[in-house]
Design a binder for this molecule. Structure first.
Ligand SMILES: Nc1ncnc2c1ncn2[C@@H]1O[C@H](COP(=O)(O)OP(=O)(O)OP(=O)(O)O)[C@@H](O)[C@H]1O
Ligand SMILES: Cc1ncc(C[n+]2csc(CCOP(=O)(O)O)c2C)c(N)n1
Ligand SMILES: [Mg+2]
Length: 316
């Protein structure tokens, strides 16, 4: 199978199925064309996944496709953006038909779930690497930024943290018990909080998605906003399976390991009070923003060293 046959067979049908009115031109020409509705800003971001770094070797292609698109879409969620379309640059060691059909199915499933149309891409031969650029829109000037946190704002996170990080230890377990299966599921099938992010436009003062770990990612908000925060270790939400598997150490996974793709946001106590219950129920207050720079973690005696995932830190 040649490069163009591969695209025609696996990716063009999906692109046609997923088309949306804002995508004026999909795959097949030199560029795709997207129309941004008047009064909106285009929001876009790119993410690369490398075999052996972001996912294990011989990882099932259907799951890989979901994880890759979820990780990319999660950045749209963090901006409060409405998802529109994505491009896919894939470098493959070979054109294996089973691998490609699993990948195309997983990608179509994720794309339909997240409301993202396939706009185009690039296909090359080499070590397995995926790069996905996502495009979304937000009402003009209203994208959620990392830089808006202010003293006295509450610090909140969505969902539970730490499962996906703990899952790394169980990726090769052959018959996982229920709790292990549950944390593995969080690694294999992350759920970007697109709807929640969108609902927090004009409500949250800042937002980020948690890809590198709570400590690192909240740290990005604090640095960008020129503020600090105190959070309470006991209030950081961890799942029951993770708590059973890791006991007191569960919080350490929540703080230091990434891949959860939950949101961390700040908002004023007034806006918190006005939140409808269906949105408030998706968030847990874990602390408060303060003028003094730095992140303080009450009730946490863990090692100060680790911060979160960093591709280059161990090399310097
Ligand atoms: N090579 C680069 N050139 C320009 N900007 C970059 C480059 N690499 C990263 N950035 C920018 O730095 C910021 C932080 O990048 P980072 O990849 O950590 O964010 P992220 O996508 O939210 O995290 P993650 O990739 O873990 O999901 C982003 O605004 C990104 O666009
Ligand atoms: C097999 C395997 N899967 C996952 C991880 C964890 N991991 C890798 S990169 C990253 C941060 C996000 O990446 P980026 O900042 O490039 O978007 C995380 C949390 C690992 N160590 N090994
Ligand atoms: Mg991000």
């Amino acid at each position: 199978m040649g490069e163009f046959e591969l695209i025609r067979r696996y990716f063009q049908p999906m692109a046609a199925r997923l088309a949306t009115p804002c995508l004026v031109l999909g795959p097949g020409d030199d560029c795709a064309i997207q129309r941004v509705p008047a009064g909106n800003d285009l929001v876009f971001s790119v993410d690369t996944l490398v075999e052996g770094v972001h996912f294990p070797e011989a990882y099932p292609s259907r799951i890989l496709a979901w994880r890759a698109l979820a990780a990319a879409a999660s950045d749209l969620a963090a901006m409060g953006a409405h998802p529109v379309c994505f491009t896919l640059a894939m470098t493959l060691p070979e054109a294996d038909e089973d691998w490609l059909s699993g990948f195309a199915e997983g990608l179509a499933d994720a794309a339909a779930n997240f409301g993202l149309a396939l706009a185009g891409g690039d296909t090359t031969r080499g070590p397995l690497v995926l790069t996905i650029q996502v495009h979304g829109t937000v009402p003009e000037g209203r994208g959620l930024l990392r830089s808006g946190a202010e003293a006295d704002d509450l610090v909140c996170v969505s969902g539970c943290l730490g499962d996906a990080g703990a899952a790394l230890e169980y990726l090769t377990v052959s018959n996982p018990e229920d709790d292990v299966q549950s944390v593995l599921q969080r690694y294999h099938q992350p759920q970007p909080r697109l709807e929640l992010g969108h609902q927090l436009i004009d409500v949250a003062s800042s937002a980020i998605d948690i890809s590198d770990g709570l400590k690192a990612d909240l740290g990005h908000i604090l640095a960008a906003s020129g503020v600090g925060a105190t959070i309470r270790a006991a209030d950081i939400p961890v799942s029951s399976p993770l708590a059973r598997l890791k006991g007191q150490q569960a919080v350490s996974y929540a703080l230091h390991s990434g891949d959860d793709y939950e949101l961390c946001v700040t908002l004023s106590p007034e806006n918190w009070g006005r939140l409808p219950p269906n949105i408030r129920n998706q968030l847990t207050v874990i602390g408060v923003v303060e003028r003094e720079p730095g992140l303080r973690i009450q009730g946490w005696q863990g090692a100060a060293g680790s911060n979160g995932f960093d591709h280059f830190r161990s090399m310097s």
